[in-house]
Write a protein that binds this ligand. Structure first.
Ligand code: SF4
Length: 189
């Protein structure tokens, strides 16, 4: 592997045109690798840390450059937080392009705060995202009526407000009507 190239392990190419992984028209980065092993996980093929493929970050940047009409980028998987350094590079790039950022993780906010005591990269990462959907998928708490999440324990966390107040602030779900879902401007900055 060339030393000056950085790679990220992905389960698939950058997906475009998603309307189910956050508001508006979104691209989705499916990261490979997850140790949470939730019962009922829809993507168990993304658990292996040797599966998927290593992709140069420059290729991901190129795919982001090619997006048209997209309002945001969602990081999912797998669990993106297992590749926090690589994902940080991706979201820095996507933000420069005006995309809002949603991230799905099996870690809870509280667990991430503990991890941040050991490595501040987790805070650097959170500072650049708009919404964190946190916590494992719990089959017994599955609820198909929930907005953008699968089980009742998972939270749509408004990250900027949460970091500012040092208290978990949930996203105001009432703002999601069709009119503002497809605005080009980032919605949570
Ligand atoms: S965190 Fe997500 S990808 Fe990982 S096992 Fe749970 S549902 Fe599957």
């Amino acid at each position: 592997m060339a030393q000056n190239k950085k790679y990220i392990r992905l389960a698939a190419d950058l997906q475009t045109d998603s309307i189910v992984d956050g508001p508006g028209l979104r691209a989705v980065l499916w990261t490979q690798g997850c140790n949470h092993h939730c019962k009922g996980c829809q993507n168990p093929q993304t658990w292996s840390f040797e599966g998927g493929g290593l992709v140069p970050l420059t290729e991901v940047f190129k795919a982001i450059d090619e997006l048209e009409y997209h309002t945001g980028l969602t990081l999912s998987g797998g669990d993106p937080l297992y590749q926090v350094h690589e994902c940080l590079e991706v979201i820095k790039y996507a933000r420069k392009k005006g995309l809002n950022i949603w991230v799905y993780t099996g870690f809870t906010w509280e667990e991430l705060m503990e991890m941040a005591k050991e490595d501040k990269v987790y805070i650097d990462f959170l500072k650049l995202i708009d919404v964190l959907v946190d916590g494992k998928f719990i089959l017994e708490q599955r609820d198909l009526s929930l907005l953008f999440r699968g089980s009742r324990n998972q939270r749509l966390i408004d990250v900027p407000k949460t970091l500012e107040s040092n208290n978990i602030v949930l996203l105001d779900e009432s703002k999601y009507n069709e009119e503002n879902m497809f605005k080009k401007e980032p919605m949570f900055i």
